[in-house]
Design a protein. Structure first.
Length: 175
């Protein structure tokens, strides 16, 4: 048996064909990791922690207003939440149930292609390991203050060994 110690394995990829020869496949991330990001997102929103929230976002994360009909350039998600934290009091949500995990709808790329959730989710921009989670919001308002839309669609993209938020889709405007 001959060994070639100078060779290193090929770079990891998400998928390959049999004809590709020797490949290194990346292990898919479990849905549990995606659910953890959603839970952590809402914790950081309630804490109004922009810096910690930005750690959950991709560099190009966008906040897409689903009621806009696709008009205008969507804002950077981090800046959008900073603006919301300055104008609204998300700490009022502390101790309130924001969503129920049993109500979440989870879609992998193939599921989304079969039934798109929103025009902003373009099939040609979906990576094969993306996860889209529809989060129906239980507590969208506290007293007369509306703090969240009725649902938030969280589009997660793989970033190394974890998921990060790539897009947030919500029918919400700051009044």
């Amino acid at each position: 048996m001959a060994l070639d110690p100078a060779s290193s394995p090929p770079p990891p990829t998400n998928q390959a064909e049999a004809r590709d020869g020797v490949v290194t496949l990346r292990t898919p991330l479990g849905i549990g990791l995606a659910l953890d990001v959603v839970a952590e997102f809402f914790k950081r929103v309630v804490a109004e922690d922009s810096e910690a929230l930005s750690e959950l976002l991709t560099r190009d994360a966008l906040a897409i207003h689903t009621g806009s009909g696709g008009h205008g350039q969507p804002p950077n998600a981090g800046l959008w939440w900073e603006q919301r934290f300055r104008r609204l009091e998300y700490e009022k949500l502390a101790g309130e149930p924001i969503y129920r995990e049993s109500d979440l709808q989870i879609f992998r790329a193939d599921d989304v292609l079969a039934s798109p959730q929103h025009p902003a989710i373009q099939p040609d921009t979906l990576d094969d390991q993306d996860v889209v989670i529809r989060v129906p919001i239980v507590t969208a308002r506290v007293a007369t203050d509306r703090l969240l839309g009725d649902e938030i669609v969280v589009w997660l993209r793989r970033d190394g060994p974890r998921f990060k938020i790539y897009r947030l889709l919500e029918d919400f405007q700051i009044q």
